[in-house]
Design a protein. Sequence first.
Length: 256
Amino acid sequence: LEKQLQQFKQWVKEAKRIVVLSGAGMSTESGIPDFRSTEGVWTRNQSREELMSLSFLERYPDEFWPIYKDIFQLKLQGNYVPNQGHYALKKLEDLGKQVTIVTQNVDGLHQVAGSTHVYEVHGTLQQAFCPACQATYDIGFINNHDLPMCTKPLSSSASNSDQLGELCQTILHPGVVLFEDQVRYLHESVEATTAADLFLVLGSSLQVGPINQLAMIAQSVPSIKKVILNREATMLDHCFDLVIHNEIGAVLGQAI
Ligand code: NAD
């Protein structure tokens, strides 16, 4: 490990443009479990992928919302704070490096730690939105409603000041990207990756597409130094110049 750490330190020191791809492992040291260790008790015998899909939300919204809140522990979100790893990435910015964080996480902890350039490719837990009028709602509103619906007045009745207008009442969609939906900022993430001199994966099993393809894209550009820091092996470890199987907080704390 000592040799790997020295190499990693050297590359971090030399790098000017760093792209970080972070996954659920980034936040386990903040107490948020990754998906490999969580188990929910849901009445339907369906996989997380089926339950967290657009079609399930559209067909069974009454079932979708409580399961969504349970899977993502929505009530607990305010209790979580960034860990040493998140702060190490913020420190890289303070050192004058251009740091782009492409995160699969939906917890918002990179921004809380102060990182300024974060692409939330799988969306965010902090908001929900109305698919009809695009109004957005915060996490407090979502937690206060079993089945969150849009409360905006419909524009035609809003002008009628004599009575409370008819409300939109469309069932909200979560700010988290569901299965069957498109990831966000893919183009921007690819652009940032190909322009980077250091590509660093932190705490991701690299099983979720299409964002795991950033590892292959980085591999195709020889000038990029590619590092993965993950507790266990992934099926894409062969794309990296340096593979460190260890804890994020401890390693980043020493290397940055
Ligand atoms: P994953 O759960 O598939 O993989 C996480 C990886 O991180 C595992 O290989 C694990 O060994 C490793 N890991 C865990 N803690 C670590 C630590 N302290 N140091 C080093 N490695 C550690 O996560 P993924 O690849 O991000 O895919 C899961 C999907 O679930 C993502 O799409 C993400 O949106 C979502 N998710 C997000 C959160 C969150 O926002 N915090 C939490 C759970 C799941």
